[in-house]
Design a protein around this ligand. Structure first.
Ligand code: ASP
Length: 326
């Protein structure tokens, strides 16, 4: 949190109910405690109910979201658009920054200063770690990170947590295994830090070169969590409640031969899943590029398509909450 974010930003809306999200930036999962998470999960449930019953509402009618993406995205960007539109608001979509003034050399702070003139909330995806905190410092409206480089992806972490809750009915007492590119995978970083708040046992499954960053591992251990590292998914598959699989993040490798060496390390197959618990959840933030075999898709424990649907409910909840309408 930046100094400016330690209080609530003024967004010029009369809140229905004050929540700790009102007027706040969402730049890191480190800003959340268990109460915040319980709150946002309950609002996401309400949003799911609204969408299932009537499709949309006019809660954010007249409000504008600027969706600013400096990196590729399918799910995050389109679910934020869908979320805002289902809440009755509208969207300024900037997905090809090459067609914006960024290509003329405009700085991030100036781009943010521009968009805050037109929008009530800004969603930002950027390749640099900490970019959303920088943007938040220059912005008087709430900034929501949609992923900053290899740093964090807080809204994905929230939707992953929401999915674990909806799939398994609880968040405490789970064994969570995270598999793949734990070093560069920002969704892993956010989800691990969120699950640290619960009584979680962690297994981190990766080749040596793609281990979880040391600071995150230390934070988990410092919070008293059991952390095991291994390079074999077979060692943990029969014990886990959550298997969170990720792709090797090709775009983060300076040396592509290192990517080639790591990319096919893990493939989740029906045979492997036959060794897993009957009640568990298989998650993936997507896109997958071979880590989960298509034959696994029909397995009832394969939750990754429900997970991406949940992304829209969580983002509806977040938009309504930061704008004081949840
Ligand atoms: N879509 C996720 C992200 O933006 C996961 C991934 O790209 O592998 O981080």
């Amino acid at each position: 949190m930046t100094e400016r974010n330690s209080g609530q930003k003024i967004v010029g809306l009369a809140p229905h109910r004050q929540s700790s999200f009102y007027g706040r930036d969402i730049v890191s999962v480190r800003q959340f405690g268990r109460e915040d998470l319980a709150y946002i999960v309950s609002v996401a449930d309400e949003m799911r109910g609204i969408v299932k019953r009537v499709g949309a509402t006019d809660l954010l009618k007249g409000h504008v979201l600027a969706n600013l993406f400096y990196e590729p995205s399918t799910r995050t960007s389109s679910s934020f658009i869908a979320a805002m539109e289902r809440l009755g608001g509208s969207v300024i979509p900037i997905h090809g920054v090459q067609y914006s003034s960024v290509s003329k050399g405009e700085s991030l702070p100036d781009t943010i200063r521009t968009l805050e003139c037109y929008a009530d909330v800004i969603v930002l995806r950027h390749p640099e770690v900490g970019a959303s905190e920088v943007a938040a410092r220059y912005c008087s409206k709430p900034v929501i990170s949609a992923g900053d480089g290899v740093g964090e992806h807080p809204t994905q972490g929230l939707l992953d947590l929401y999915t674990i809750y909806t799939e398994l009915g609880r968040l405490d007492g789970l064994h969570v295994a995270m598999v793949g590119d734990l070093h560069n995978g920002r969704t892993v970083h956010s989800l691990a830090r969120l699950m640290q708040l619960y009584d979680t046992r962690f297994s981190f499954v990766s080749p040596e070169s793609l281990r979880l960053p040391a600071d995150i591992k230390e934070a988990l251990e410092g919070a008293g969590r059991v952390v095991v590292e291994t390079d074999r998914v077979e060692e943990v598959i029969d014990q886990v409640d959550v298997l969170y699989v990720t792709r090797v993040q090709k775009e983060r490798f300076a040396d592509l031969s290192m990517y080639e060496a790591a990319k096919d390390y893990y493939v989740i197959t029906p045979e492997l899943m036959s060794g897993a618990k009957a009640k568990m959840a298989l998650l993936h933030p997507l896109p997958r590029v071979g880590e989960i075999h298509y034959d696994v898709d029909s397995d009832p424990r394969a939750a990754y398509f429900r997970q991406m649907e949940n992304g829209m409910y969580i983002r509806m909840a977040l938009l309504a909450a930061v704008l004081g309408k949840a």
